[in-house]
Structures are given as structure tokens and as C-alpha cells.
Design a protein. Structure first.
Lengths: 289, 310, 332
């Protein structure tokens, strides 16, 4: 350790470097993913501006209409414009999806870091809890929690807060275990830095990359879950436009207006594709050469 | 090997107990009054209290839990608030459907994943590989239930090959009505399995021992068999996790295809606030996951002796 | 290069390998030729990145995906090896075997070592299961593993590094080859174990009359095992000849540099002199003689002409050097 420049080790905190941006631009998956997601997010933000109709405006004289000049993608069983509902659905589902992983991300990362860094009893306890939560089939847990808290957006947030943090904890714990053995952490410890400082400047910047990459694919799963809950009637409540409840409502009309169920699903798939591409691209870019 | 199995078994029991406690706590923290749901909004306070007393909901949480554990030990899972029938009989009637669904879905998943991943791995970076990879990436974002609806649309309504839903009355109709749901469930997990197996195989292909295998003079097919055996192991663990996920997604799939399994029982019980049923079904499903994880661990250790050292 | 001698088992002519970096193909091995008679060991020495491993892998058609054999021919006991990968492998069965640097990654982690050896007699030679297992135990004994019948049931991770390497050798011998290619098999081992493995290889060489090609960056190891040596730099042969002669009277400044760079136990006071400069990258090879930027003998001519490997005057026919100023290295 004598040959290690301790001051240098203490001050070295990895940050996104210029090489990061260069590699990011070179990654085709990342760029395509960002383009797709960017477009959808833009549409969602501009929803009030670009939707031809308000999403809950009913027109009971024109229910279940097909493609027409007034309704580009037809109308649903209450005469609401399908296109507008699709756009507003993007707003709801993506927003809820992204917000829902904030707590699991933060809490899971924190738990994983503590478990990995301190080891011993703390690690055992945390990992036992993780094992029990993981033992619950995901949807069973989510539905049971929605049962406890009540349906709607609040239920969704609570359900994911409890069910989703565990995968972050596990991944971060593995990454932390690796980082814990590295030289610069040992140098920092020898230099007498406080644990909090070591965790913040040396451990976390190196492990967080994994969590971010995972978060991308997690958002996809969460959005699918939000949509699924909507389908079951346990998620976003009507009349708020949500792709899941749109698919559910359309299932009765498969033979006549198959578009009502199919289009929202395609929207989910495309959004998922974009996010997965971002996740893959990021994983490639962040991987050490 | 025996010691490893014993260790995993102990861990499984521990987790099972944790799950039992968690399920119990989860439900007794629920807002809403089951008694009111059964007796209606206009029931008198005395009637509500009497019903609650009958169900044992007014004693302390601790004694309720002890009574629950006691019941479990004797195979008694409580009585449904709504139906007045024993929960275990309700579960027994439906567990076959769910188990068959999960089993068939797993079989489909394996049959689809292995050839697809090998195909892509062997033709790495060529057109076929890119197509498989693109499909895997896209597939992760597929909501399973929507895919099920699409399958119904195409294969049941247009082509009449399979029933739109329901369970049917004979073994033959049972199997036919399981095909589309099992396919739907399988497609939910195939993308992630294909990705993992493909990467695993590519990594193994580049490993030195493959060069050794080739320099032994073995045919390419035997080399592939060895590569597969090595690459399969991490994906096997992933399969275990995904089958666990499958068990949970039966809840949704049974709703799409109108099947009478544990999943739809759970959904109905939840909307009716039927405590004992929700509690027991959740427990059964979670125990199913514990069993699957245990089996996966043991099989993986059997295949890869290095795991036994953990 | 002289005409092929009668008892030459392995004859390599003008093997050229290119490597894809980014979008451009670069030459990583440039027209390498050598012959190895039965029962002799030839060392292929050079720094990491000199192309020696690629050369061996090219002979076995085990090149990594980014590399490609551009030209060259290989003859085994007079028969030319065909070019297509599948045909080469079939032709190689039982004639040429290879052992690798890291025995742990060279062995299948999920199979018992006995099975890995037995697979050759079983699948390639068609023997029965019992015969194959017996052959495997026999080979384990041949490579010096104690308690062979019991050890055959062990998994690679249960064995020590030295034993694993012996297992790798046993697997190679199972194909009953006449040529054994060794890609730095002792680099990952402790010095004492290294010596044992080298001794084993030497023993097998003379007992089984194996032709051995031994790749290493370690001159001491080469000196211990190989009667002949070829020195490689940036994919080209720069000097060849009997090991004793090359190491005591080098005819190329690079070889001289390598010798000066190691500590001489006979003269411990003299400090090792590293060769100035660094090994050039594949994409930026100097023109003319690629060694000229680091060479104390370099002249204007060295920057423009690529020197050919040519025999030394008045020396044995296999003694050759690729330096136009070699005469300056011969002490009067």
C-alpha cells in the first residue's frame, strides 16, 4: 500500500467522462432507443396540444366506429376517440411507471450497499428479508398489496415499493462485494475516511451503473405491470385513459373492432422496445473495456 | 451433495415460514371490513360484531396467528367467508388447473428457448442472430395478457383451432384449452431466457476448453452438447426464477382465458375480501415458488459440482 | 528455408494470419515457416503480442473469430493439411494436439477429468466405455499423476494447477499425436511445478518421439526444453537456429535485447537492460524492418527495406537471421 498515492485515491471519484458520451453516441441500440422513447415521451408531454379530442369526451352517437376522417383510429364503446386515449394513456402509464421505481431504486440500492459493505449479521438479515419477498410470485404480491391499500395509483406505488426493491438490493450487493475488495477502497479506509464518505465517493459511483442499467429494464416490467393491473381493474381507475383498461374494455369487441384491444398493446410493446434498447445500449457503453 | 441439499432445504423451510408470517400480516393490515362486505351496508353493529366474533377477528393478532398456524399444521386452511365451504376444498378443486398450466408453459418455454438460443449463438452476428436478438428485446415489453388476447383473436376466433376460453370437460378438451394459455405464459418468459442462454453459449464457445474439445477431434455436434451443458446452468437458475414468475402470472392468464384455477380464485376472493381464501391461496402459490426454487438449486448443483461448494 | 528433411514430421510454410481490428484487417503473422523433426522440440519465443500464439492456433484451425488464415501450407508427415476448417479438424485427429496456457479454463468444469480423457478413445477411436476409462487411467499414470484410478473421478477445480496441466497433457496424448503444440503451458504455474511439467514434456518427447512446438516468452523455459528456437517479433521470424547458439551468439539485435533484459544468474551484479521503446501496435507497424525504432544498429536502409530471413554464412543451414547488420553482432 505504500506505493499507492493515498490522496489521489481519496479524491478520485469516477464521473461520466467525455469518453462516456462518445461511446454513448456510437451505440446504435442506445440511439435508437432514445429516439423511440423520446418520441413517445414528447407525445405524452404534448398530449393536450396534439390530441384531437379530450380523452374522456364521450359521443354516444358514434360508439365503436371504425377508422374515419373524424376519428383517425376509431372510437371505443363510449364513443371516446381512440387516438386521443392512446396518447393520454402514454402519459399516465409512463409517468406512473417511472415514478413507481423511484422508491425501489433508492431503497434497494441503499439496502444492497449496506448489506454488501458491512457484511456479517446485517447482510444476513437483509438477505433473508429479500429471500422472503422474492419468494412471493410478483403478481400475487402486487395484487395482494393492492388489495390491502386499495386500487388506483396509490396502490400501485405501494405495491411496487414493497415488491420491486429486492432485485436492486441483490444486484447492488453483488457489485458492492466486488468493489469492497478493491485497492482504492482499502486506500480510503487506511486513510481514515468515514464510512459514509467512502460509500458516497468510492463505492456508490462504481456500483450505481449496474442499478441504472437494471432500472431501464425494470421500467419496462413496471409499465407492463401497471398495464396489467389496469386490465384487471386494479390499477389506474376509469375514466383516466390507461392502456391496460383500454385493452380490457376492448376484449369484448374482438370480432368487430379488434383495433381497440390491439393498438394499446402495440403501444406498450414499442415503449418497452425503446426502453430495452436504452438499457442494452447503456450496458454496452458502461461495460469496462 | 447431500449436505448442499440439506442446506437448501433448511433455507427453503425458513423462507416458507417467513412467507406464512408475511401473508398473515399483509392481510390483517387491510383496511375494510369483511363482515360488512358479507352482511351488506345496512347490517346492524351487533350483527357485524357477532360475525366478526364468529370469524375470530376480534381477538388479538397474536392469538389469531397461533390459531392459523395450528390450523395449518392440521391441514385446515380455514373456511371461506363467502362460500362457507372449506378453503382447502376450494383450493384442491382448482390446483390441478394451475399446476397443469404452469407445467405446460414451462415445457413450451424450454422447447422454444433451447433451439432458438443455440441457433442464434452458433450464427453469431449474422442475420439470423440479429433477428433473434431483436425479437428478444422486443418481447420483454410484451404484456402477456395482451399477447394472449392476440392469440385468441388469431387462433380461436379466426382459425378455430383452439377454444376461446374455459376448461372443457374431458382430458382432451382440457389439453386443448391449455395450449393457448400455456403458450401465452411461455412467451412471457422466453425472451429473457433466450437472451441469457445465447450469451451463456457464446461465452462458453469462446472459452479455452472448447478449443480443447475441438483439438480432441470431436465432431461439432458433440462439442455443441458439451457447450450446452455448461451454458445451461446459469440459464437454469434463471428458468427457476421465471417459473416462479409464471406461477404469479397465472393470476392474469386465467382471467384472460377464463380458466378456473387458483389465480382466478385469488382475484375473486380479493374483490370479495374473503380473508381465509386470499391468505391460503397466496400461501399456496408462494410455497409453490419456494419448491420450484429449491428444485432448481438442487438440479443446478447436480449438473455443476462447483455450486456445491457455496 | 532449406528443403524438407526426411524425418520432418511438421512442416510449416509461409503461414500468414490477419486480424480484424475495427474495420481493417492487419497482418498479425507474416509468412512464418519452420520444420520440426520427430523427437525434437522447437521453441517459438517472443513478447506478448508477437503473434506466436496465433501461429499455433492457425496450425490447428483454432483461430479466434476475428482472425483469418490468409496464406500458407502445413504438412504433417508429408501430407498437406486441407484448408477448410472442418476438413482440417478431421485430418488432425490423432496427429496433432495442442495444450493451452490456463489449465483451469482449458478443462470442462462440469465433467470429471477421467471422462474428459476417456472421451477421445470412446468417441474418436470407438473403444468401449470400460476400455476408454482404463486408457484414461493409464494416461494419467503416464503424465505422473499419483493415485490415478481415484483421481480420475475428480473435477478440475478439485486439482492443483500442476495436476490440471498434466491432465491437459493427458488429454492431448489421448489422441496419440505425433506433434504436440504447446501454448505457454507453464506460464500460469509456480516455478517448481513449472520445472516438473517441463521435465514431463521432455520425457514424453523422447519416449514417444513427439515433435513439440513450444511457445513462450520465457527464454529460460525454452532453454530447458527446446533444442531449436525461432524468435518472433511483430509476427515475423527474426532469428532461428539451435537454442544454444542463438542464446550464446545471437545474430539479431532483438534477440540480443531479450537476453540483456533478463537477469543473468552468472553475473548478478550487471543490471538488466530493457529494450528501449515499446512493442508497436498492430495498426502502427513501422516501415521497413519493424524493429528499427528500437534498434541500436539501425541505419537509413533499415527504415525502407523489409529484411528477409536468410541463412548465416558458414553456419548450419537452419541458422538464419533477418538483420542486414548481423555481421556487426559477431564478435571477432
Amino acid at each position: 500500500m505504500t506505493s499507492v498515492d493515498i490522496t489521489a485515491a481519496i479524491d478520485a471519484a469516477p464521473v461520466p467522462t467525455p469518453t462516456f458520451w462518445r461511446r454513448a453516441r456510437a451505440s446504435r441500440s442506445l440511439m435508437i432507443g432514445v429516439a423511440i422513447v423520446g418520441l413517445i415521451v414528447l407525445a405524452a408531454i404534448l398530449a393536450p396540444v396534439i390530441s384531437p379530442y379530450p380523452p374522456d369526451q364521450q359521443d354516444l352517437y358514434h360508439i365503436l366506429g371504425g377508422i374515419s376522417s373524424k376519428h383517425l383510429l376509431g372510437t371505443d364503446d363510449l364513443g371516446r376517440d381512440e387516438l386521443s386515449r392512446l396518447i393520454y394513456g402514454a402519459r399516465t402509464d409512463i409517468l406512473v411507471g417511472v415514478l413507481a421505481i423511484v422508491f425501489p431504486f433508492c431503497f434497494g440500492t441503499m439496502m444492497g450497499t449496506i448489506a454488501g459493505y458491512y457484511g456479517g449479521r446485517i447482510d444476513s438479515v437483509i438477505m433473508r428479508v429479500v429471500d422472503v419477498v422474492i419468494a412471493f410470485p410478483f403478481y400475487v404480491l402486487v395484487i395482494a398489496l393492492v388489495f390491502v391499500v386499495g386500487p388506483g395509483i396509490r396502490g400501485i406505488f405501494v405495491a411496487f415499493a414493497v415488491a420491486d426493491w429486492v432485485v436492486y438490493a441483490r444486484a447492488i450487493r453483488s457489485a458492492t462485494l466486488v468493489v469492497r475488495e478493491s485497492n482504492y477502497v482499502a486506500a480510503a479506509q487506511a486513510g481514515g475516511l468515514s464510512d459514509a464518505r467512502i460509500l458516497r465517493r468510492h463505492v456508490l459511483p462504481n456500483t450505481i451503473a449496474q442499478a441504472i442499467v437494471y432500472a431501464m429494464s425494470d421500467i419496462v416490467l413496471v409499465i407492463v405491470a401497471v398495464v396489467t393491473l389496469g386490465y384487471l381493474g386494479l390499477g389506474v381507475q376509469p375514466p383516466t385513459a390507461d392502456w391496460g383498461s383500454m385493452i380490457s374494455a376492448g376484449q369484448d369487441y374482438l370480432t368487430t373492432n379488434w383495433m381497440l384491444s390491439t393498438l394499446p398493446g402495440i403501444a406498450v410493446v414499442i415503449t418497452g422496445l425503446g426502453l430495452s434498447l436504452i438499457g442494452d445500449g447503456l450496458a454496452d457503453v458502461l461495460r469496462p473495456e | 451433495m447431500l449436505r448442499y441439499t440439506a442446506r437448501r432445504l433448511a433455507a427453503a423451510f425458513f423462507v416458507a415460514f417467513g412467507v406464512t408470517v408475511a401473508t398473515f400480516l399483509l392481510l390483517h393490515l387491510a383496511p375494510g371490513d369483511p363482515a360488512r362486505v358479507v352482511l351488506g351496508e345496512r347490517a346492524s353493529p351487533q350483527a357485524l360484531a357477532a360475525l366478526r366474533h364468529q370469524w375470530g377477528l376480534d381477538s388479538s393478532l397474536g392469538s389469531q396467528f397461533t390459531r392459523y398456524l395450528d390450523g395449518l399444521a392440521h391441514g385446515n386452511l380455514g373456511t371461506s367467508f363467502i362460500n362457507k365451504t372449506s378453503t382447502s376444498s376450494l383450493i384442491r378443486d382448482r390446483i390441478g388447473v394451475s399446476a397443469a398450466l404452469v407445467a405446460l408453459a414451462t415445457v413450451f418455454a424450454v422447447i422454444i428457448t433451447v433451439p432458438l438460443a443455440s441457433f442464434a449463438a452458433v450464427r453469431k452476428d449474422r442475420a439470423a442472430d440479429h433477428i433473434v436478438r431483436a425479437l428478444s428485446v422486443a418481447g420483454i415489453g410484451f404484456p402477456a395478457f395482451w399477447f394472449g388476447i392476440v392469440l385468441i383473436e388469431v387462433f380461436a376466433l379466426r382459425v378455430h383451432a383452439f377454444p376461446v376460453g374455459g376448461w372443457g370437460s374431458s382430458t382432451e378438451t382440457h389439453l386443448r384449452s391449455l395450449v393457448l394459455p400455456a403458450l401465452t405464459a411461455a412467451f412471457a418468459i422466453v425472451p429473457i431466457l433466450v437472451r441469457s442462454l445465447r450469451v451463456g453459449m457464446i461465452e462458453v464457445f469462446n472459452a479455452d476448453f472448447v478449443a480443447t474439445l475441438r483439438s480432441k477431434g470431436l465432431g461439432e455436434r458433440r462439442v455443441l452438447a458439451h457447450v450446452m451443458r455448461n451454458a445451461l446452468i446459469p440459464t437454469l437458475t434463471l428458468l427457476g426464477i421465471n417459473v416462479a414468475y409464471l406461477i404469479g402470472s397465472t393470476v392474469v392468464i386465467e382471467r384472460v382465458f377464463d380458466l378456473n384455477g387458483l389465480g382466478s380464485l385469488l382475484l375473486t376472493a380479493i374483490s370479495q375480501r374473503d380473508f381465509p381464501v386470499v391468505q391460503s391461496v397466496t400461501l399456496v402459490l408462494a410455497i409453490g415458488v419456494v419448491i420450484v426454487n429449491f428444485l432448481t438449486d438442487v438440479i443446478a448443483a447436480e449438473l455443476d459440482p462447483r455450486i456445491r461448494l457455496e | 528455408m532449406s528443403a524438407v528433411a526426411v524425418d520432418t514430421v511438421l512442416s510449416v510454410r509461409d503461414v500468414t494470419v490477419s486480424v480484424l481490428r475495427g474495420d481493417v484487417r492487419h497482418t498479425a503473422v507474416d509468412a512464418v515457416s519452420f520444420d520440426v523433426p520427430a523427437g525434437r522440440a522447437l521453441g517459438l519465443v517472443g513478447e506478448s503480442g508477437s503473434g506466436k500464439s496465433l501461429t499455433l492456433r492457425a496450425l490447428m484451425s483454432l483461430l479466434p473469430p476475428a482472425a483469418r488464415l490468409e496464406a500458407g501450407s502445413v504438412h504433417l508427415a508429408g501430407d498437406e493439411l486441407p484448408r477448410g476448417v472442418k476438413q482440417v479438424r478431421r485430418a488432425l485427429r490423432g496427429r496433432m494436439a495442442m495444450i493451452f496456457q490456463d489449465p483451469l479454463s482449458a478443462l470442462d468444469p462440469v465433467q470429471a477429468v477421467g471422462n474428459q480423457i476417456a472421451e477421445v478413445p470412446r468417441r474418436v477411436h470407438g473403444r468401449s466405455r470400460r476400455q476408454s476409462w482404463e486408457r484414461a487411467v493409464e494416461l494419467l499414470r503416464l503424465v505422473g499423476i499419483p493415485d490415478a484410478p481415484r483421481r480420475a473421478h475428480a473435477y478440475p477445480h478439485e486439482l492443483s494447477g500442476g495436476m490440471r496441466q498434466r491432465v491437459v497433457i493427458a488429454i492431448a496424448l489421448a489422441t496419440e499425436p505425433s506433434v504436440l503444440l504447446c501454448d505457454e503451458p507453464t506460464t500460469a504455474l509456480d516455478v517448481t511445478v513449472q520445472a516438473q511439467v517441463l521435465e514431463l514434456l521432455d520425457d514424453l518427447r523422447s519416449r514417444l518421439q513427439l515433435a513439440i512446438v513450444f511457445v513462450s516468452h520465457d527464454l529460460a523455459v525454452i532453454r530447458q526444453l527446446c533444442e531449436d528456437v525461432c524468435v518472433m517479433y511483430t509476427g515475423r521470424l527474426v532469428e532461428t537456429g539451435r537454442t544454444i547458439e542463438v542464446l550464446e551468439r545471437p545474430l539479431h539485435p532483438y534477440t540480443l535485447g531479450l537476453l540483456d533484459a533478463i537477469i543473468d544468474l552468472d553475473d548478478p551484479v550487471g543490471a538488466p537492460q530493457p529494450i528501449p521503446g515499446a512493442l508497436p501496435e498492430l495498426e502502427r507497424l513501422p516501415g521497413g524492418c519493424t524493429f528499427h525504432p528500437r534498434c541500436f544498429l539501425a541505419t537509413e536502409e533499415c527504415t525502407t527495406t523489409v529484411p528477409e530471413l536468410s541463412p548465416a554464412r558458414g553456419a548450419a543451414p537452419d541458422r538464419a537471421s533477418a538483420c542486414i547488420h548481423r555481421d556487426r553482432l559477431i564478435s571477432p
